[in-house]
Design a protein. Structure first.
Length: 227
C-alpha cells in the first residue's frame, strides 16, 4: 500500500529580451527609395526578420550567463536546446546510421515517446542524404533526379530531417518536438514601440521577450564531434 509516485522536479529558464532600434529621418520618409514605398514600414519588417533569426539561433545555442537574471550592465540570456541537454549526448567521429540508431535507442531507453525531428547543419544533412545513394528516385522527367532524405524511418519511428544553417558543423540533434515550446513572457510578443521623437527623425524599436520551454531533457539527445 506504499505510494510509488515521486515528486516532479521543476526546470527553470530565463526570459531573454530581443530588441532592435529603428530611426528614420524626415527626408528618408519623404523621398522615394528603390523598391520601397514606405521607409519606416520596411525598416520594421527588416528588423523583425532579424530578431526572428536571432531568436532561432538562441533557441538552438543560447546559454545562461553565470546564473544571473540580468542588470543594467549584464544581459539576461536563456538556455538553448544544446546547452540544456546532458543525458543523451554522444561523441562520435563520423555520422553513420549506426551512431544515429544508438542515439535514438538511448533516447527511447530514457522514456522518449516519439523522437520526430532530426536537426542537422548542411554538412551533416548531406551525409544523411548520402545514405540514399543506392535508392535515388527518378521522376517522370528523365532530367530530374532526387537524392535527398526528408524523412528517416527506423525501429524508433519516423523523423523529419531538417537542415539548419545555425547549428555547428559537428552537431546533429534528435528532438521530440511535442516537449519543446518557445513562449513569450505574458504580453511581450514581438511588437513595435514608438519612442520619443529625436530632432527630424522618427524613432522606435521592435522588442519582445521569449524563453525556451524544454520538457524532459532526457527525451532528447544529440551527436557531436562529427567529422
Amino acid at each position: 500500500d506504499e505510494d510509488r509516485s515521486t515528486t516532479p522536479t521543476r526546470l527553470a529558464n530565463y526570459c531573454q529580451i530581443f530588441k532592435a532600434g529603428i530611426k528614420v529621418s524626415g527626408t528618408a520618409q519623404a523621398v522615394s527609395w528603390l523598391g520601397s514605398a514606405n521607409r519606416l514600414a520596411d525598416a520594421k519588417v527588416a528588423r523583425l526578420r532579424e530578431l526572428l533569426r536571432d531568436l532561432e539561433k538562441t533557441i538552438l545555442l543560447g546559454r545562461t550567463d553565470v546564473a544571473t537574471i540580468g542588470s543594467d550592465t549584464a544581459r539576461r540570456s536563456m538556455a538553448g536546446i544544446v546547452g540544456s541537454l546532458a543525458t543523451n549526448v554522444v561523441s562520435c567521429g563520423t555520422l553513420t546510421e549506426s551512431w544515429l540508431g544508438n542515439l535514438l535507442s538511448a533516447c527511447y531507453d530514457q522514456g522518449s515517446r516519439d523522437i520526430d525531428l532530426l536537426l542537422a547543419p548542411p554538412k551533416q544533412k548531406r551525409v544523411i542524404s548520402g545514405w540514399n545513394n543506392s535508392r535515388i528516385h527518378v521522376s517522370n522527367d528523365e532530367t530530374t533526379f532526387r537524392n535527398a532524405v526528408e524523412v528517416y524511418e527506423s525501429d524508433f519511428g519516423a523523423q523529419r530531417v531538417i537542415m539548419s544553417r545555425w547549428l555547428p558543423d559537428d552537431v546533429v540533434l534528435a528532438l521530440d518536438s511535442s516537449r519543446i515550446k518557445v513562449v513569450p513572457l505574458a504580453g511581450r510578443t514581438f511588437a513595435y514601440e514608438e519612442l520619443s521623437k529625436s530632432g527630424d527623425s522618427v524613432r522606435g524599436q521592435i522588442v519582445g521577450e521569449y524563453s525556451l520551454e524544454l520538457r524532459n531533457e532526457n527525451a532528447h539527445g544529440y551527436l557531436h564531434d562529427l567529422g
